[in-house]
Design a protein around this ligand. Structure first.
Ligand SMILES: [Zn+2]
Length: 129
């Protein structure tokens, strides 16, 4: 079974790139409506929003990158970045974890959610009672 999961930073980067293209396409469509000024302005404005948004996302990736941990993938031996508790290798999509307790566990995105860990904590506490 192939893992559907991909590296988080890569995923966000793809979204940002798609937004830039979408913005350009929207602006281009706007140019086709030269005769209807308000339509053109509307499309230009929407296109601009998409491009500004993607710039913001790129900036955010920069911030995330500094928080991500650089590791060498054991599978392809290339340096990749891990964001959160579990993430996938940027190159070969090998699931990686920074938590030694999760080593060998089956990959699950739920390990990244705070809610999951809170519930685990609750379970643990109720078992001790
Ligand atoms: Zn790899």
């Amino acid at each position: 079974m192939k893992l559907k999961y991909s590296n988080k930073i890569n995923k966000i980067r793809t979204v940002a790139l798609a937004l830039i293209f979408a913005g350009m396409i929207i602006m281009y469509i706007g140019l086709l409506f030269k005769n209807y000024e308000w339509v053109m302005v509307l499309f230009m404005f929407l296109g601009l929003i998409a491009i500004v948004l993607s710039t913001v996302i790129y900036f955010w990736i920069g911030l995330l990158s500094t928080r991500a941990v650089q590791v060498v993938c054991p599978e392809c031996e290339r340096p990749t970045k891990v964001l959160g508790r579990v993430d996938a290798c940027m190159f070969c999509k090998q699931p990686l974890t920074l938590d030694p307790n999760l080593e060998g566990e089956e990959f699950d995105e739920k390990y990244n959610s705070k809610k999951y860990w809170k519930e685990q904590e609750k379970k643990k506490n109720s078992n001790e009672d």
